[in-house]
Design a protein around this ligand. Structure first.
Ligand SMILES: [Zn+2]
Length: 484
């Protein structure tokens, strides 16, 4: 069944009055020579700033593709960008006021006419940065975009970030193998024997799970941003050798991936709800619940409103050696009657249905809308990761998906009764069981209301947590010497 294109994005209408915010503060402008506007001068239609711990992005949306040159100046650090054939207008000047004082990387920005026909932007920086400057072709309601991504020279690392927030611990609480249950039994279901904590079974001939945290940290620090290829897996563990089958406890790490963010709002409901906001809220609720499980830590691939390229989401999960990867989305369709929750896993050999294939293709466009720099090493990352076999991963993902789908079926109608499969880029970590949860249809008015409801978001988080616990009960995580 072919599906027409579905409701997609671009929150603002180019050229609408909302975009044209007049600049009041003129003090920081370098207004020198104002050249008369030529009829052919490009126009800036909108400026957006997305500060985030990973990087700060500045987007200039234009009516044409702009030619730029940029260079860095040290002491104090600055990024200077010259844009050709551009008229300085109030929209561009509004950039000055859009940089927040607490921006991680930008102290302030100055905008001026450097010479006739050339506008100069000067970013005064809080620290040295590695800029990525690139353009994006018109897509999903956006016109041409010129993107400045300001990455720190020492890239943000997910483990270091978690340590800083006090969310990373390497000290599991020892548990006896026969300690009965993990908290309360799963409600509304036949009682299952759940281990008190993720209990690790050492496979025969394998070293134990313990690994020098510093080695892991250093390994993980060796590179992360949108431009850096995946670091090599950390060296094999040097922990105590355990006898085969002996149970030890180790920390279990769950990667939660709120879809979309920043330039990519995801699907938008009739009442204006944005998928990116709802899925972040659900993911945070889910994180809180999962962290209540013993020996469990949770990494969010994003914890704010900024875009993370699909490959980087996978890379972050691998850097923390995640045991599971759960991507959270909200579905949308042209017909407002489409409804229900779904769970997807990767497929190696084609999609389970044309609808699933369509959805995966649509999801995989996120990088085009959210804005990933394809000129960089992201492609290398993609080929390195995605050529590896995922047969075992898919088998585990199906088990996880079934457990989660079963629990969600207790709180919402299911769109499809079975876990579906398709080639989702974000599910392609070859060594991490990965699922994508479509929580409900944001394009269905009833479900849009539910998705905005705190009570429903809590129920969703509870259901997914129960599904994950059920999965661990049946599939205790193995001791790791890092998978290759
Ligand atoms: Zn989505």
């Amino acid at each position: 069944m072919p599906r027409p294109s579905r409701i997609r994005t671009a929150p603002l209408i180019p050229g609408s009055p909302r975009r044209r915010i007049l600049l009041k503060a003129g003090g920081t402008l370098l207004l020198s020579v104002l050249s008369p506007l030529s009829a052919r001068a490009a126009q800036i239609l909108a400026v957006r700033v997305w500060p985030a711990p990973d990087y700060t992005r500045v987007t200039l949306e234009n009516d044409t593709n702009l030619k730029t040159e940029h260079f860095l100046v040290p002491d104090p650090p600055r990024l200077v960008v010259d844009i050709e054939g551009l008229a300085l207008n109030s929209t561009l000047k509004s950039l000055v006021a859009k940089v927040e004082p607490n921006d991680p990387y930008i102290k302030q920005v100055r905008v001026g006419q450097n010479r006739p026909n050339v506008v100069r932007l000067v970013f005064d920086l809080k620290e040295e940065i590695k800029p990525q400057v690139f353009t994006l072709a018109p897509v999903a309601g956006y016109q041409h975009r010129l993107i400045f991504d300001l990455y720190p020279v020492k890239p943000a690392d997910p483990i270091a970030a978690m340590i800083q927030k006090g969310e990373w611990s390497d000290a599991p609480v020892p548990v006896a193998p026969d300690v009965p249950v993990l908290g309360d039994p799963v409600a509304g279901a036949p009682p299952v024997q759940v281990p008190a904590a993720p209990v690790v079974t050492t496979p025969p001939g394998q070293p134990g799970a313990a690994q020098d945290p510093i080695a892991r940290l250093e390994s993980a620090m060796s590179g992360l941003n949108g431009a850096t290829p995946a670091p090599p897996p950390p060296p094999p563990a040097k922990g105590p050798i355990k006898a085969p089958g002996q149970k030890i406890a180790r920390m279990v790490t769950i990667a939660l991936d709120p879809g979309h963010g920043g330039e990519d709002p995801g699907a938008i409901g009739a009442k204006g709800s944005r998928e990116k906001d709802i899925v972040l809220s659900v993911a945070k609720r889910l994180k809180t619940r999962l962290e209540q499980m013993p020996n469990t830590r949770v990494m969010l691939t994003r914890d704010g409103d900024y875009f993370v390229p699909l490959g980087t989401r996978v890379q972050k999960a691998r850097q923390v050696q995640a045991d599971l990867f759960v991507s959270i989305h909200a579905d949308a369709w042209v017909s407002p009657t489409a409804r229900g929750s779904s769970v997807f896993v990767l497929s190696e050999k084609g999609a389970s249905s044309s609808a699933a294939r369509w959805l995966a293709n649509d999801q995989n466009k996120a990088d085009l809308i959210g804005g990933a720099n394809y000129a960089t090493a992201d492609k290398q990352l993609a080929s390195v990761l995605f050529d590896l076999s995922t047969t075992a991963q898919i088998s585990d993902s199906l088990k996880l998906g079934k457990a989660v789908l079963g629990e969600i079926g207790g709180i919402n109608r299911l769109h499809k009764a079975a876990v579906e499969q398709a080639g989702f880029a974000v599910l392609k970590a070859p060594d991490i069981p990965s699922i994508l949860v479509e929580t409900a249809f944001i394009s269905n008015p009833d479900e849009e209301a539910k998705l905005n409801d705190n009570g429903y978001q809590d129920k969703l988080a509870d259901a997914i947590t129960k599904g994950i616990r059920r999965y661990f009960a049946d599939n205790p995580p193995m001791a790791k010497s890092r998978q290759t």
